[in-house]
Design a binder for this molecule. Structure first.
Ligand code: SF4
Length: 481
């Protein structure tokens, strides 16, 4: 099946995509000929378009097997079962970030820590998943406040894995403030990868991520230094939460990350979950404002790459991997079928299991429709829950209203939790939703660059998509196009 749309390029170039994700950038007449199956061998681009699968000949029946193999590769995550298991070991935190009203509790609050029995049951659920590769992610609140529980979960999982022999990986999202030498050595010895939040320069970070010391930024930087000394220079990843204030200075934000020794930045708009409306009005922005910011940041990052510095924008890397290669990025927020429950499970501090982090945040605002059941229930029961059946109605992008005809659908995904929270229905029409507006905008920006075909941009895009260094990309034009 081929789909087409007009790109936002000066010459209104048409994008035609196939179900397997091949694409052609052509004029309107050629697009019409492809879609009607009337492209003749006399057409200048006939051979190229035939090689890309945009022309069918009677003798090509065998190609179906090849297309099936490509689809299997792109959707290989489906065969795995849940591979990302998020443990919310505590909701307590000593920060009170402006944008995090519902996913934290006060430092001395009672009843916001996971019990050891629930943590042990969660480890059982992890290994009930058939996935060969398992990631256990510790989240909060501030998970380092319950590092004792982190140690317990790691010990239980490692013990179990002596029999299971899966590839087991640990990650932890932390402010880094509470990780001293002993905790960091434990992280090093058990391969726990850390990620932290850095919202921008000190003034912006400290204003947004309020900490009693008023020195949250400085303390995170001290933690970063401590962690790198033990875990190595790549031992900590960081990402910003983008508020309206951050959008004013894309170059400054990229430069802060460069000055701190990072070589990538993940630019995502503010999540719509768990906000009081008043806060959202104060911190939020329209998707058009985000996309304008994104474009300026990406242009700056591409200029850095052109000058020889490898620096990546992670959102672009994820989408380009889907566009330029037959492989999926692994990013759980952009899968079809959706990862909710099928690829990700969240074990909340209160003993309930949720299909995504956003779903458990929605639960904190009183929306309990997403709970799959108690952590003590077997995985099969959680998968057969009412919530999973409900979310399943919106889990496949290729059949959703709006997506079914969208030329970007081979690279996009489905997020039924988002549509259930924001539109009341997991299968609500996508066009006009924040999820769709964001991805539509990002795809248009990336395809505009692909249509322009600047060799240095193509080299950067290819290196990001293939996860290789720029110098390893001999001829970026060889990919897909
Ligand atoms: S969510 Fe929007 S951009 Fe993505 S496939 Fe659906 S219609 Fe296209």
């Amino acid at each position: 099946m081929w789909r087409s749309l007009t790109l936002r390029t000066p010459d209104n170039r048409m994008l035609v995509t196939s179900g397997t994700g091949d694409f052609a950038l052509v004029d309107r007449l050629t697009a019409d000929l492809i879609l009607s199956g009337e492209l003749s061998p006399a057409h200048t681009d006939y051979d190229t378009l035939y090689a890309q699968g945009f022309v069918r000949r009677p003798e090509d029946a065998g190609l179906r097997r090849l297309e099936a193999a490509i689809t299997r590769t792109r959707k290989s995550f489906l065969l795995d079962g849940p591979s990302l298991h998020i443990f919310v070991v505590t909701l307590r935190c000593d920060h009170s970030c402006q944008y995090c009203q519902v996913s934290r509790a006060a430092l001395d609050a009672q009843g916001y820590d996971m019990s050891l029995a629930d943590a042990a049951a969660a480890v059982e659920r992890v290994f009930e998943s058939p996935a060969r590769h398992l990631t256990i992610e510790f989240q909060g609140g501030e998970p380092a406040l319950r590092f004792d529980l982190v140690r317990e979960v790691v010990a239980l999982a490692e013990l179990r894995n002596e029999i299971e022999q899966r590839t087991l990986r640990f990650t932890m999202a932390s402010t880094l403030h509470h990780l001293g030498p002993a905790e960091l050595e434990f992280c090093r010895d058990h391969g726990i990868h850390l990620s932290t939040s850095i919202d921008g320069a000190a003034a912006l970070h400290n204003a947004q991520r309020s900490h009693p010391s008023r020195q949250g930024f400085e303390r995170t930087l001290e933690g970063l230094e401590r962690a790198r000394a033990v875990l190595g220079p790549d031992g900590v990843a960081a990402l910003p939460t983008l508020t309206r204030r951050a959008l004013a200075d894309p170059v400054g934000l990229v430069d802060i990350y460069r000055s701190l020794g990072f070589n990538s930045l993940f630019l995502r708009p503010l999540s719509p979950y768990g906000f009081a409306l008043k806060t959202r009005r104060a911190l939020g922005y329209t998707m058009d404002e985000f996309l304008a910011f994104y474009e300026r940041a990406l242009d700056y990052i591409l200029a850095l790459n052109r000058a020889g510095e490898h620096f990546e924008e992670t959102n672009a890397s994820i989408l380009l991997r889907h566009i330029l290669t037959p492989f999926h990025s692994g990013y759980t927020d952009l899968r079809s079928p959706a990862a909710a429950g099928v690829g990700v499970l969240v074990y909340n501090y209160d003993g309930l299991v949720y299909p995504t982090d956003e779903a458990r945040m929605a639960a904190e605002t009183g929306d309990r429709r997403f709970a799959l059941g108690p952590v003590t229930a077997p995985l099969d029961d959680l998968m057969a829950s009412e919530a999973m059946r409900w979310l399943g109605t919106g889990a496949i992008a290729e059949v959703q209203p709006g997506c079914a005809d969208c030329a970007f659908v081979p690279y996009c995904g489905a997020d039924p939790v988002h549509h259930a929270t924001t539109q009341g229905d997991p299968a609500a029409p996508r066009p006009g939703s924040e999820f769709c507006d964001k991805h539509l905008g990002l795809f248009h920006i990336l395809f505009r660059h692909l249509a322009e075909g600047d060799p240095e941009t193509m080299r950067s895009f290819t290196s990001w998509a293939l996860r290789r260094g720029r110098s390893e990309i001999a001829d970026p034009r060889g990919l897909r196009q």
